[in-house]
Each structure stands twice: as structure tokens, then as C-alpha cells.
Ligand binder design. Structure first.
Ligand code: UDP
Length: 238
């Protein structure tokens, strides 16, 4: 096994990644596979934080289109991320690796409340930290939470797990001529108007020179491969 390139990384796992072949909710074999990948990454000696999304259960925008006000819909979305975080942390623990859920919304019976010192203490002690409830604020996304937590906790890179194996010049599912990039700078992503993360999340990554690595979550072993400099991924760095 090659030496890892990073000391501490944050992995963003979308809610949709957890629903596997289903159209909704949690697909336990998929959750277990992703947990195994995270445990294998941790076993390389890397300090690991995770931000999990909630799109497999609720998205504020969708709920608000049905008459619920946007902020309420977003709180429902944040609660969905808490369920996903509990499921993922439990699956990581079953792999024999210590994990803790830190929630941006205060719910002490369910999870520890996020504070930066608490997160740093868990990471220093070698526990995988799963951040739940996004940023704790409506009108944001878990991509923004991922960039924010990565910067706050001094991560060397943000690994964004997606449905495709990197950043393309267009949507590879719709445009057969779309080409894949190996490396890009943050400025090139903006100049070429490429879709990597939402604008707030990407601005935070760019301002803080945080490398963003985009790869496919569907490939088993992709997370440990990417942190070792292998695997198929696009690396965005300054
Ligand atoms: N959300 C929010 N604030 C945050 C993070 C998430 O309000 O800081 C809500 C928002 O409604 C979002 C939902 O939680 O649609 C689920 O998060 P996201 O859509 O980012 O999940 P993913 O696409 O990664 O599954």
C-alpha cells in the first residue's frame, strides 16, 4: 500500500449515495460498503471527517415547492442528514473503527453538539467524526457544510464523492463528447463555469486554497485509492 498523501481529510458523502439502487432512504448494503471504505481509509493512518447529505430523504427546496416554507423545509432536510449520520457512524463502528456524530443542531439525546474544539479532540484521538445537520442554517447545503468543516478543522483536502469519476467539460451522461479533467485550478473551474459544488461551497474552498478531489462513490475502494494518489479522480488545487 502506498503512503497516503494527506494527514487529515474530509469526505463529503451525498444522501443519494446512501440510497444505492433504491429511489429513497437508506440501502444498508451500500451504507456498509461506504463505511468499509471509510474504515479502510482511516486504517491508512489518515484522520477522517465526514459530512453526510440528506437528499435521499428530504431536500428543503422540494418540500418548499409543495407549500412548506423554505426554512422549515431546510430544517427537515437537516434532520434527514442526522438520520444518515447516525446510520453511517453505526456502520463505521461495526467495522471496528471508532466514530462520533457531531450535530450542528443541538439534540443532546441523539448526538453530541458540534463545537470546533470537540471535533478537533475526536480527530486527534483517531475517531472518525461524522458531521450532521449541515451548517445548522437554512438556505445552505451540505456541500457548504463540507467546505466549512474542512477549513475549520484544518483538513488537507475535501474529497467529494459523486456519481461520476471526476469533473467533465459537460454532463457525461448527456453529452458523449464531454472530456474529463485530471487536474484543474480553482480559478479554471470558475473560468470554465464547471459544476463542482454550489457557489458558496466552492468560494470557501477557493479562498482557503483547499484542494477538492472529485471521484465516484460507486467504485468500491475509491476513497483509500484517492487519498493514496491513485484511483480515478479530478484534483482541483491552487
Ligand atoms: N440543509 C440546510 N442547511 C445546511 C445543509 C443542509 O438547510 O447547512 C438542508 C437543505 O434543505 C438540503 C437538505 O438539508 O436540501 C439536504 O442536504 P443536501 O441537499 O446538501 O444533501 P445531499 O445533496 O448531499 O444529499
Amino acid at each position: 500500500m502506498t503512503t497516503p498523501l494527506y494527514r487529515r481529510v474530509l469526505v463529503k458523502v451525498s444522501g443519494e449515495a446512501l440510497m444505492g439502487p433504491q429511489g429513497f432512504g437508506l440501502h444498508q448494503p451500500t451504507v456498509d460498503r461506504i463505511a468499509a471504505d471509510l474504515a479502510a481509509t482511516h486504517a491508512l493512518g489518515i484522520e477522517l471527517a465526514v459530512v453526510v447529505g440528506g437528499g435521499n430523504i428530504f431536500r428543503g427546496v422540494q418540500v418548499s415547492s409543495q407549500g412548506v416554507d423554505r426554512a422549515t423545509g431546510d430544517y427537515m432536510g437537516m434532520l434527514a442528514t442526522v438520520m444518515n449520520a447516525l446510520a453511517l457512524a453505526a456502520a463505521i463502528m461495526r467495522q471496528g473503527t471508532q466514530a462520533r456524530v457531531l450535530s450542528a443542531l443541538d439534540m443532546p439525546a441523539v448526538a453530541e453538539t458540534y463545537t470546533r474544539p470537540r471535533a478537533l479532540a475526536h480527530l486527534d484521538r483517531g475517531r472518525i467524526v461524522v458531521f450532521a445537520a449541515g451548517t445548522g442554517n437554512p438556505f445552505f447545503t451540505t456541500d457548504t457544510a463540507a467546505a466549512l468543516r474542512a477549513v475549520e478543522t484544518g483538513c488537507d483536502a475535501l474529497l467529494k464523492a459523486t456519481n461520476v469519476d471526476g469533473i467533465y467539460s459537460g454532463d457525461p451522461k448527456k453529452d458523449p463528447t464531454a472530456t474529463r479533467y485530471e487536474r484543474l485550478s480553482h480559478d479554471e473551474v470558475l473560468q470554465k463555469d464547471l459544476k463542482v459544488m454550489d457557489a458558496a461551497a466552492f468560494a470557501l474552498a477557493r479562498e482557503n486554497a483547499l484542494p477538492v478531489i472529485v471521484f465516484s462513490i460507486h467504485e468500491p475502494g475509491s476513497i483509500p485509492a484517492v487519498v493514496s494518489g491513485g484511483g480515478r479522480a479530478t484534483v482541483v488545487s491552487s
